[in-house]
Design a protein around this ligand. Structure first.
Ligand code: NDP
Length: 448
């Protein structure tokens, strides 16, 4: 609950201005709530208007994306790039192509990105972008024409020292390749302006795996420090079957867990013998098919319509890796009833505030998204470093750096939580640790 007068005033103002952006309000409320002890202890943040500035993007760019489909018909989508905060580095954050994208969704993601990027220890500010374009059912040529049209406008706002986008939902290697090619063509410049690039043109080894692997490194470290436990022998429920879900499954399996589910927006599969990841990769990465096909190919696996049902599957550990607000109060209660003791978030803001209350009141280990899924942007930051050096590190070197960053995030979160009287609270700790660095940089740079 908000009790600090300054914090309340800032939140009221956000509600007045952005009342029609529920996801953004949700993200801001959670962060402000946990920052109250910091604000109480540091009057300089109020004196410098840090919170008012933190919740207002530095720049919101919104543009028309016109392109021609395979039937020769003109299509128009909306494009966004929100450059939220550049206190500690160039704007950095992914692009999402999904019909649910709107200004409020991009703002919530960009806001979260500020603190997430700060937690990685790398010099990156916060930004996010995307479009309401739906790549499902589109041909390769249509996706390419859309990406080219999108970048034709975006290219004037980004650059290796200004703003470096990456992928997110429905923006993977294919899309980043088309976007990079168009940037290079228009600007006649070969630079590390995007991350998640192909290995042949400046990409980093381990970037594809980074968010999912990082999520498991984070979870493993939190389990070790807080519960003297590990993934070994655990049953794990994972939602989604995209980039984050696939590589979280891979690493959890390598760490000795049995992952029993995968899902997409239509439904989920339950495989009591453990998910066969090569089948999921073939369906999702090669054929761009539906998860239902897994049950048609693997004997003993079941398919269930409706993605929320995945949370009723009994497990020790749940890793939501699909989308925002995919676990509500009812799903959280189902997880607890099924024996779940740990929820660490691969997706951005997958748990509603009510779900988080259920985790807390039942003593679950809860790893919030901005800490637990920071591995993706961390390796994006490492890709930027490699591009600047004009060299590439091996998979093992990059993976080792990722692991050490994820472990440092657990340590920094726990230290910050302890300092402000919230011992063991990984959510409060992540918000506080991420915030303090950005806030101090904002104070030092004056009122901007
Ligand atoms: P992908 O597009 O690769 O995969 C997304 C998965 O989530 C698909 O299985 C998709 O199913 C499912 N999904 C998407 N929207 C919904 C929805 N509304 N309801 C149910 N299922 C849905 O995306 P990523 O794996 O990259 O991203 C997943 C999450 O992780 C997002 O929240 C993203 O912001 C976050 N994230 C991603 C990072 C990255 O490096 N890629 C970094 C940090 C966070 P379907 O195919 O049916 O749409």
């Amino acid at each position: 609950m908000l009790t600090n007068e300054y914090v309340k005033r800032v939140y009221d103002q956000v509600q007045k201005r952005d009342g029609d952006q529920p996801e953004f309000l949700q993200a801001v409320y959670e962060v402000l709530d946990t920052l109250q002890p910091v604000i109480a202890k540091h009057p300089e943040y109020e004196a410098n208007g840090v919170l008012e500035r933190l919740v207002e993007p530095e720049r919101v760019i919104k543009f028309r994306v016109a392109w021609v489909d395979d039937a020769g018909k003109v299509q128009v989508n909306r494009g966004y790039r929100i450059q939220f905060n550049s206190a500690i580095g160039p704007y950095k954050g992914g692009l999402r192509f999904h019909p649910t994208v709107n200004e409020g969704v991009i703002k919530f993601l960009g806001f979260e990105q500020i603190l997430k990027n700060s937690l990685t220890t790398l010099p990156m500010g916060g930004g996010k972008g995307g479009s309401d374009f739906n790549p499902k059912g589109k041909s390769d040529a249509e996706v390419m024409r859309f990406c080219q049209a999108f970048m034709t406008e975006l290219c004037r706002h980004i650059g290796q020292f200004t703003d470096v986008p990456a992928g997110d939902i429905n923006v993977g290697g294919r899309e980043i390749g088309y976007l990079f090619g168009q940037y290079k063509r228009i600007r006649d410049e070969y630079s590390g302006v995007l991350t998640g690039k192909g290995l042949e043109f400046g990409g980093s080894l381990a970037r594809t795996e980074a968010t999912g692997y990082g999520l498991c490194y984070y979870t493993q470290e939190a389990l070790r420090v807080l519960k003297n436990d590990s993934f070994a022998g655990k049953t794990v429920v994972i939602s989604g079957s995209g980039n984050v879900a696939i590589y979280a499954t891979e690493k959890a399996q390598q760490l000795g867990a049995k992952v029993v589910t995968a899902s997409d927006s239509n439904g989920y599969v339950y495989d009591p013998d453990g998910i066969k990841l090569d089948v999921v990769k073939q369906i999702k990465e090669v054929e761009r098919g539906r998860i239902k096909e897994y049950a048609e190919r693997v004997p003993g696996a079941e398919y269930h319509e409706g993605c929320a049902g995945v949370w009723t599957v009994p497990c020790d550990i749940a890793l939501p890796c699909a989308t925002q607000n995919e676990i509500n109060e009812e799903s959280a209660k189902a997880l607890v009833a099924g024996g779940c003791k740990v929820v660490c978030e691969g997706a951005n803001m997958p748990s509603t505030p009510e779900a988080i209350e259920v985790y807390k009141s039942n003593g679950l280990l809860y790893g919030p998204a901005k800490a637990a899924n920071a591995g993706g942007v961390a390796v994006s930051g490492l890709e930027m470093s490699q591009n600047s050096y004009r060299l590439s590190w091996t998979f093992e070197e990059t993976d080792a750096k990722l692991k050490s960053i994820m472990e440092s995030i657990v340590a920094a979160s726990l230290a910050a939580a302890k300092e402000y009287g919230e011992e063991g609270d990984l959510m409060a700790g992540a918000n506080i640790a991420g915030f303090v660095k950005v806030a101090n940089a904002m104070v030092a740079q004056g009122v901007l």
